[in-house]
Design a protein around this ligand. Structure first.
Ligand code: HEM
Length: 455
């Protein structure tokens, strides 16, 4: 068996072993941290639960851990500079959005100007500060919706490029990431063209919706001559009350199930290097190193119908226990416990066509298909037919789009859960490598590659 294992299978097994051995420590120290409670809140430097969990246990909090009630502060800040962009492996704050744009740049110079201005705005918005005061005869520098001082509020600003940006510009096309394609329809999709694709998207996340909205308006104002907004979808993550044992829990989605229980450990650098970040072994253009592929899907949930489905059916369709998130073959276990499919080959406990079993059958052969999910729930009011328009803003990252999202979604095609889901929008994007330091800018390596090939 070992002989057939892929590097991902090895890394995942090691990652899970490490998680097991640190579990008691983590739980005890988290409990202590949560007891420290509000006293520590003024000093956190990363969003909500992340700071508590990390400060207390030395363990990186996971992407899909639920933010804890009252644990977030406007002063939370997530470092902007780095090898990779933020907003991918760091835990979600309570609010997020994807805003997708058409890019007006037609030349390398114009594209560089766009990237540099986006970088300037991202540096300011993620750090916070006081906008300049202009002559009152001019429009003010800032919308003012957060007052005269902009708090960082754990804002992250993640820039990704769409297939059309490359395809529509002859000078950019030769530099397209190898696996970037235009999202095509899956059998259960009812895609609305007005909610799909785009040349560039921004994933903006923060503790509060006011901050994500403020950042979007800042971009719309400052880059009005370079970007045209095509569609956007906001979402949020329900915050939780700290439990009596202080253990991290995944947030719940709008089907009422914990979402993220089996996500790979985003604090495990070796695992993330293998599954999420583009490394040299992928054969991608050199400029794309340390970037990632992003798949976005706006998936409507038919919540009225779901709320009338029996509990046994809900659990069978997902493959987990609703209240705790435990696997169905270990109903008294924790959500972090792993189902044992080898002891259940006929799917008597966890149905073979349940969501989690189709998404990841936990054989060594499929471990290279693991994706890092970073979803948000959305609430869009009432649809024209009088039903609630709610669902999941599904976002995932992977080093290989084909092995990751496209393969997993293809395995999910036809799953019983589809009765309650309808994907209506989204797209595939390539998330740029990080902005390394002050003076660097988003996409600098791409622009350098374009200029080098023009010489
Ligand atoms: C509205 C749509 C969706 C809902 C409500 C949903 C819900 C869930 C739930 C409740 C779980 C179990 C807990 C967990 O491990 O997170 C789960 C697991 C998972 N989902 Fe989804 N999901 C949705 C869409 C998708 C899509 C589009 C994909 C990818 C194509 C996906 C991939 C996965 C994967 C990989 C797992 C983990 C399986 C495992 O390793 O055990 N899900 N999902």
């Amino acid at each position: 068996m070992e002989k057939h294992e892929t590097p991902a299978a090895d890394l995942l097994r090691d990652s899970m072993e490490r998680a097991k051995t640190r579990a008691p420590d983590t739980s005890a120290s988290r409990r202590a941290a949560l007891k420290m409670g509000v006293a520590a809140l003024g000093t956190v430097c990363l969003g909500g639960y992340a700071s508590l969990a990390r400060a207390a246990s030395g363990r990186e909090a996971n992407v899909t851990d639920a933010p804890v009630t009252n644990a977030a502060s406007p002063r939370d800040s997530v470092p902007f500079y780095g090898k990779h962009q933020s907003g991918i492996t760091n835990p979600r704050p309570a609010n997020g959005m994807i805003a997708s744009f058409s890019v007006l740049a037609e030349t390398p110079d114009e594209l560089e100007r766009l990237f540099r201005r986006l970088t300037d705005r991202a540096v300011f918005l993620t750090r916070g500060g006081t906008p300049p005061e202009y002559d009152p005869r001019l429009p003010p520098a800032d919308s003012g919706i957060l007052g005269p001082n902009i708090p960082p509020d754990a804002l992250t600003f993640t820039v990704s490029l769409g297939n059309s940006l490359f395809e529509d510009r002859a000078w950019l096309k030769p530099h397209k990431p190898l696996r970037l394609s235009r999202m095509t329809r899956f059998p259960n999709d009812a895609l609305d063209a007005a909610l799909c694709h785009g040349d560039l998207n921004l994933q903006i996340c923060a503790n509060t919706q006011d901050s994500t909205q403020h950042a979007l308006r800042d971009i719309l104002k400052n880059l009005a001559d370079q970007l045209v907004l095509r569609w956007m979808q906001e979402g949020n993550v329900p915050v939780i009350q700290p439990g009596p044992d202080g253990l991290a829990e995944s947030a719940r989605n709008l089907l009422g199930f914990r979402d993220g229980s089996a996500n790979p450990d985003s604090g495990d650098t070796a695992l993330m290097n293998h599954l999420v970040w583009v490394g040299p072994e992928r054969g991608e253009p050199a400029w794309a190193l340390n970037g990632s592929y992003q798949a976005v899907r706006i998936i409507r949930n038919f919540v009225e119908r779901w709320d009338r489905a029996p509990l046994w059916e809900q659990e069978a369709f997902i493959g987990r226990t609703k209240v705790t998130g435990a696997p169905l073959d270990k109903p008294h276990a924790r959500e972090s416990d792993v189902p044992d499919y080898t002891s259940d080959p006929q799917g008597e406990k966890t149905p073979l066509d349940s969501h989690i079993r189709l998404a990841n059958d936990r054989t060594p052969e499929t471990q290279d298909n693991i994706i890092l999910r970073r979803p948000f729930n959305y609430f869009n009011g009432v649809a024209k037919n009088g039903q609630l328009d709610q669902g999941l803003l599904f976002i995932c990252y992977q080093a290989d789009l084909e092995k990751g999202f496209i393969t997993v979604q293809s395995r999910l095609d036809g799953e019983p859960l589809e009765e309650y889901l309808k994907p209506v929008g989204g797209g595939y994007f390539f998330t740029l490598p990080g902005v390394a330091r002050a003076g660097d800018f988003f996409g600098s390596a791409l622009i350098a590659a374009v200029r080098a090939s023009a010489r």
